[in-house]
Design a protein around this ligand. Sequence first.
Ligand code: G6P
Length: 609
Amino acid sequence: MCGIVGYLGNKNAVPVLMQGLKQLEYRGYDSSGIGIIHRKKLKIVKEKGKLDQLERKLSNNLSAQAGIAHTRWATHGGVTTENAHPHVGPGGKVIIVHNGIIDNYSTLKENLKKEGRVFLSDTDSEVVAHLVEKYIDLGPEQAVSKALSFLNGTYGLLFLFRDHPQLIIAARNGSPLVIGIGKDEMFVASDAMAFAGYTQNAIFVDDGEMVVLSQNEYRIINRQNNVIDKNIEELTIESGRHSKENYAHYLLKEIHEQPESVFRAMGRGGRLLPDFGTSLLGGLNMEKRDFFDIRKIHILAMGTALYAGELGKFILESLTRIPVEVSDASELCGTNPIVEKNTLFIALSQSGETRDTIGAIQEIQQKGGRVLGIVNSVGSTVARMTEGGVYIHAGSEISVASTKAFSNQVTILSLLALMIGRTRDISLSRGKELVEELKNLPGKIQSILDREDEIKIMAKRLKGHSSVLYLGRGINHAIAKESALKLKEISYIHAEAYSAGSLKHGPLALICEEMPSVFICTSGDYQEKTVSNIQEVKARGGKVLVISNYADDNLKALADEIFIVPQSDELLSPLLTVVPCQLLAYYTALALGRDIDQPRNLAKSVTVE
Ligand code: G6P
C-alpha cells in the first residue's frame, strides 16, 4: 500500500527518491509521484501506473537536494494523475505526501471550500496541504502542528516547503514512519527498505510524534510538544536484496526459498532442543511456569496470516490442549472483544504494519490483555507494540501474495505449541518425535520443489476455468482456504474453500465438468471420509485434483491428477501440502499471463482499514 520517502542531503534527491520508491514498489500501488524544490520552486511530477511511467516523465536534468515521493494505492478518488501525490497547497508554498486515511476530510474540505479554496483532486489527503498553507505564516512547524490538530484518521505525512528548502517535516499517527540517519543526509520513509543501501541507522517514529529534519539534524516532538530522545537502531537491511535472481517472479523465488526460510525459522536448528523434545523461543518475555496459567489462546491476523493462524489452532490445541480462537482482526475491533486475564493473545503479521491487526492489538491492550507478536518485519509497529514475541525470519517477502512467510508463521506456531505443550501435555518421546519431524521439513519441502514439473501439468487443468473449489477436512481445510486465496489473488480465478464435510450442504450443487475441485487429502483421521467426498464429486462429473501424502490405487484411480508429498506427522503435513498448492496457483497465473508479483488492486502491506 502507499509508500512514502523523503530525502535531504548532498546527493541529487531525484534518483535517491526514485530508488526509494522502487524499494517500496512491492507494497502495491497504482500511481506515483515525486516533489522537489527546483530553482526555488516546488516542482511535482506524478503519473498513474507503474514507476517506469513516472521515470519517463522525469527530465534528466532535474536535480534537487531535498524531495518527497509517494506510491499511491487509491482509497479516496480514482486512479488518476491528479489524485496521485504529492499534493500542493493553493499558494504553492507546501507539498505533502500521505499514507493513511483522513476520516474527517469531507467536513474539512467543505469548510476550506467555503473559504474559497479550490481543490485539484478527489483525495482525502489534499486537505492537509490546504490546512498547512492556511497557517503557514505561523512558520512551518507551527503550521503543521496546527493542521494536524484538525485531523482525525491515520497518517504518515511528509511536508516540503518552498521557502525552507533545507527542511522536511514528518508526522505519524497510525501509519508507519522511520527516519534514516546517514552521513550528511537524512531519509524518512514508511519502510526502512526505502533507504536500504544508504544507511542502516534508523529511528522508528511512534504515533503522535512529529519530526523536524534538516540535512544534519533531527528533532522529534511528542504530543505534549516536548522534544524527545529516541534510540537509534542499527538495522540489517541489505541493499539490492530485491533481486529475482534467476527466477521469473519473486513469488516463484520465495516459494523456492522455503526450505531455507523454514530452517531459519527454526533458528537453523538452534530453536530446537532435541534432547528435551522441545523448542526454545527467546523473546516471549514469559517464563515456562507462566504457561500453566494460560486458559485460552486467541490469535489475530488478516489474509494469509489468518490462515496460518487457523492451522496454528489445530497444532496448538492438539499439543497444548488449550482452547484456541482465531479472529479476523478487522472484525475483532468492532465486536467489543472479551479480554480475560488468562488469555494469551497472539498477533500474526508478516509486515507488522497491517492496520486491522494493529487496531485489534490496541483494543486488546487497552482492555489489559497481553499480546505476543509473531512477525517477519524487524522493528515494525506490531513488533514494537507487543509485550513479547518471535521473529519468523522469513527474509524479505516482495511478492504481494505471501508464501514463505506463511510457512514460517506455521513453523513458529508449531515451535510455540511444542514449547507450551511439553510443559503441560506431551511426553518426552512425543516431543522428540516432533523435533525430528521438524528437522526433516526443509529436506522434504525441497523434494517437492524438485518435482515442480508435475504441478505445471496440473495447472493446465485449472487455467481454462472461471471457478475452482478447494476442499479438505480438519487441518487440510485450513490449507484449502489458504490455497484458494492464493489462486484467487494471483490468477483472478474465483476459488472457494469448504470443509469437505460441508460439500453436501450446498457446494455440491456447483459440481459439473466446468467446476474442478482440488482436494487436500492426507492419511490419518480424515482420510476415509475425504475419499468418500472425492467419490461424490466424481460421481457428478466433476474433475478432481488431489494433493495427498499417500497413494493407494483407489485414490490414484479417482484423481484426474494427483501430487504426492512426502509422509510426515499429520500436524506438520500442512507445511508440505501447501507447497504444491502455491505452485499450482503460480503456474495457473503464469499460463494466464497475470501480473503475478503485483496482482491488480492488491497491496502487500495494508496500512488502512
Ligand atoms: C495483505 C497481503 C497478504 C497478507 C495480509 C496480511 O492482504 O496481500 O499477503 O497475508 O495483507 O498481512 P500481514 O503483513 O499482516 O501478514
